[in-house]
Design a protein around this ligand. Structure first.
Ligand code: GLU
Ligand code: MG
Length: 439
């Protein structure tokens, strides 16, 4: 007799730990569940990436609703033996339907609404992900190579097919520089849909790897002597009619006044927002000079070591320069929830717009060679070199703290300090292994 199966839909949140957690219910009940959600527990937000629970102001008390967004329902069907993965991303609401203070997706929505309020624009964003396969290492000599690509063609094609099937537009797949490291890019999307795409991408890469007997990791860095796995967040703006407003051919390096002020805000607050965008203990081994990540709060023109990079445009593109023009935030990794990372970037940028900041200087040199005083004279700083230092900067910034609702910042800091304590109890070499296990 065939086994009876009830197709299930998983409703998910991407939380402070950057983990995708939730519950499943019969998919046929989506209509009803999209209204009343499933029950959720406040203290779940303090479950760290290593499962141990950080101190929680909620204790054992309280009830919330995790409510699936039918517009953010995805099915990952890799055509293998496993049933398709059916899931929806959702928001965590209070029982009265208002957003919960620690709902990362609601936090992003309110950051995007602020940007729309202060600048009259919507954000168009794309998350570029790097990750590695954990199996026995491929022979060295594969970096960017066709041989390295061909060895993983089936995997790359499964990933790109799944992106398109999920309703996003696959862009490029490549064999990166690190050991069995790959990069996937997806076309930009407007608003919260861009961050949803990043949540989906991570899940479908993991699913495609498993289907092919591999195991993918998005850990920020596997080996402190090697390169890291970055998440580069590309951003641009469109006005109410959908016209691009990021570029001004007469502005400095093509930046519109809006772009200049936004990027200046991001750089001014970078020291505190890295606590959200690079939120693991080992993230700070990646954010060091000469690793093509980011180590200073600088703007670079096509410079892969700048925290924010102005990306190239080409006349060979079917789209106008105005539409291609975008900048890339490089100080992020996949230990961060895409919602929180993007919310922090958007709030910092919106702050720059509100404060009317002038466009930042574009640097074009190796900043690690400059003394702190020479950096300071140009308004530049070395980014925090540990998660603990980044959390201290966040706590010391009343401006950054005020961007977030209720007790969120305190809860976030308590969560991350608990993670630091867990990691400090591990031997140095075990720390990298622990993170590659959980991300
Ligand atoms: N792996 C680098 C990082 O950690 C990025 C390399 C690149 O520019 O693609 O961000
Ligand atoms: Mg890359």
């Amino acid at each position: 007799m065939p086994m009876l199966r009830e197709p299930l839909l998983f409703v998910a949140t991407s939380d402070i730990a950057g983990k995708v957690r939730g519950k499943a219910f019969p998919a046929a009940r989506l209509g009803e569940r999209a209204a009343r959600g499933v029950g959720w527990t406040p203290t779940n937000v303090q479950i760290t990436c290593f499962d141990a629970i950080a101190e929680s102001p909620y204790g054992a008390l309280g009830d919330l609703l995790l409510v699936p967004d039918p517009e953010a329902r995805f099915e990952i069907d890799l055509g293998g033996r496993a049933p398709p993965r059916d899931f929806a991303l959702g928001d965590i609401l209070e029982l009265d339907g208002t957003p919960w203070e620690c709902c990362t997706r609601s936090i992003l929505k309110s950051a995007l609404a602020r940007l729309e309020r202060v600048a009259g624009v919507r954000l168009r964003a794309a998350f570029e992900h790097e990750f590695q396969l954990k199996g026995p290492a491929r022979p060295r000599g594969d970096a960017y190579s066709m041989a390295g690509f061909e060895a993983r063609r089936a995997f790359g094609e499964a990933v790109m097919g799944a992106i398109d099937a999920a309703g996003y537009q696959s862009d490029t797949f490549m064999r990166e520089y690190g050991a069995d490291q790959y990069e996937v890019t997806v076309a930009p999307e407007i608003g919260v849909r861009a961050a949803d795409a990043a949540v989906v991408l991570r899940e479908l890469v993991r699913a495609a790897a498993l289907e092919l007997g591999e195991d993918a990791t998005f850990t920020p860095i596997r080996d402190p002597a090697g390169v890291g796995n970055g998440v580069h967040v590309h951003a641009s703006f469109v006005d109410a009619s959908g016209e691009p407003v990021t570029h001004d051919p007469g502005g400095p390096h093509g930046m519109s006044a809006l772009t200049g002020a936004f990027v200046a805000g991001v750089l001014a607050h970078l020291e505190s927002i890295v606590a959200f965008t690079a939120p693991s203990v080992i993230s700070y081994a990646r954010l060091t000079p000469h690793r093509w990540s980011a180590a200073f709060n600088n703007l670079g023109l096509r410079d892969r070591e700048a925290a924010v990079r102005l990306c190239p445009v080409t006349e060979r593109h079917a789209q106008s320069a105005a539409r291609q023009y975008n900048f890339e935030y490089r100080a992020a990794d996949a230990a961060a929830s895409p919602y929180l990372a993007l919310a922090a970037i958007v709030h910092a940028g919106a702050q720059g717009v509100e404060d009317g900041l002038p466009p930042p200087e574009v640097t074009a040199q190796d900043l690690s060679r400059l003394e702190p005083s020479a950096l300071a004279a140009r308004g530049l700083v070395r980014l925090p070199t540990s998660l603990a230092a980044a959390l201290d900067r966040l706590e010391a910034s009343p401006t950054a703290r005020a961007w977030f609702p209720g007790r969120f910042c305190d809860i976030y800091v308590a969560h991350k300090r608990h993670e630091i304590a867990l990691v400090e109890a591990m031997a140095e070499s075990a720390r990298y292994v622990a993170y590659e296990e959980v991300y």
